[in-house]
Design a protein around this ligand. Structure first.
Ligand SMILES: C[S@@+](CC[C@H](N)C(=O)[O-])C[C@H]1O[C@@H](n2cnc3c(N)ncnc32)[C@H](O)[C@@H]1O
Length: 302
């Protein structure tokens, strides 16, 4: 009797497990509406991932989190020449990370401000400034909420961070930037182009300890579901990280731009695009490239 019951019991347990696993996997690959969730803080400020991110920022040879050192040197050199930066300039960097650009601006003698919500990066930036005798005002804050005081000659947001924001967040940031500009001041930011959007693939990948333990020091299963939104020119890498006692979802959204779509956003905030480049080091604009950079200013006649 017992022998004939056993297979039935095993089958029922099997069915229950497979039903809950099935619905969990359905949720992993579910496509949300564009920019419906904002989880940037989870990515940049989590105790474990922020440590990985800082290591990427400080790796002078790779373009992850921050660009390589030679590029940053070129970029600050270009901005210094282009905007005539000097000890009388006021410069503010949104999403400054560990201060790779701010510390170079400070060496010009300029008055420099950096904002970032990663306490690990801000702590590194403050320590670096102190050790190198640089005066830089760092604020640990969410730049979507933080309102800096004063006005600035140069506002920067570098490494395509603008693309990670929703349309509403981008509109608010551009209005804030415009309010913060001194007469003749400029905004520099870079964005992904439609070529990068065309290159992006929709796919689902599953991996144990995905990205070599990037998400946790504990063992975990990582799923990434990548989606494209053709009409909106948006992509999403949705990460689901499953540890023994914790499950997290991180949504990495990206907006891709044409020059025209970026111009429209600038114009809605009372700004205009003054100049277009291939990158924030002043490379020539290339319509076939994955990224481009712009210099914005308050719209003339405002
Ligand atoms: C891609 S990294 C670029 C860092 C720096 N601009 C560079 O190029 O070296 C983006 C930075 O923006 C910060 N960040 C992202 N969203 C933020 C927010 N809402 N408020 C403040 N900082 C933010 C992250 O912590 C990270 O340091």
């Amino acid at each position: 009797m017992i022998g004939s019951l056993l297979p039935t019991a095993v089958t029922i347990v099997g069915i229950m497990n497979s039903a809950s696993l099935f619905s969990a996997l359905e949720s992993v690959i579910k496509k949300p509406s564009p920019f419906s969730v904002y989880t940037a803080k989870e990515l940049w400020t989590d105790e474990h991932t922020s440590e990985q991110m800082l290591a990427y920022h400080l790796n002078s040879e790779i373009d992850l989190s921050s660009r390589r050192t030679s590029f940053i040197d070129d970029s600050v050199h270009w901005m210094t020449e282009c905007f005539d930066l000097s000890e009388s300039s006021r410069i503010i960097d949104f999403g400054c990370g560990p201060g790779l650009y701010t510390s170079r601006f400070a060496r010009l003698g300029a008055e420099v401000f950096g904002i970032d919500f990663s306490s690990r990066s801000i702590a590194y930036a403050r320590e670096f400034a102190a050790q190198n005798g640089l005066e830089i005002s760092y604020t640990e804050a969410d730049y979507l909420e933080y309102q800096p005081e004063g006005e600035f000659d140069l506002i920067t947001m570098i490494m395509c961070d603008y693309c990670a924001l929703s349309p509403t967040q981008r509109a608010a940031m551009l209005v804030k930037f415009n309010e913060l500009l001194l007469d003749g001041g400029r905004i520099v930011l870079d964005v992904y182009s439609l070529n990068a959007f065309a290159d992006k693939k929709e796919e689902s990948i599953y991996e144990k300890n995905q990205l070599n333990g990037f998400w946790s020091a504990e063992p975990y299963y990582g799923f990434v579901s990548s989606f494209k939104y053709d009409q909106e020119m948006v992509s999403l890498d949705k990460y689901t990280i499953i540890e023994r006692n914790r499950q997290r979802e991180v949504f990495n959204w990206l907006q891709y731009f044409t020059l025209e779509s970026l111009e429209q956003e600038a114009s809605a905030a009372g700004l205009e695009i003054d100049e277009v480049y291939g990158d924030v080091a002043g490379k020539q604009y290339d319509s076939g490239a994955m990224e481009f950079a712009v210099v914005m200013r308050t719209a003339l006649g405002k």
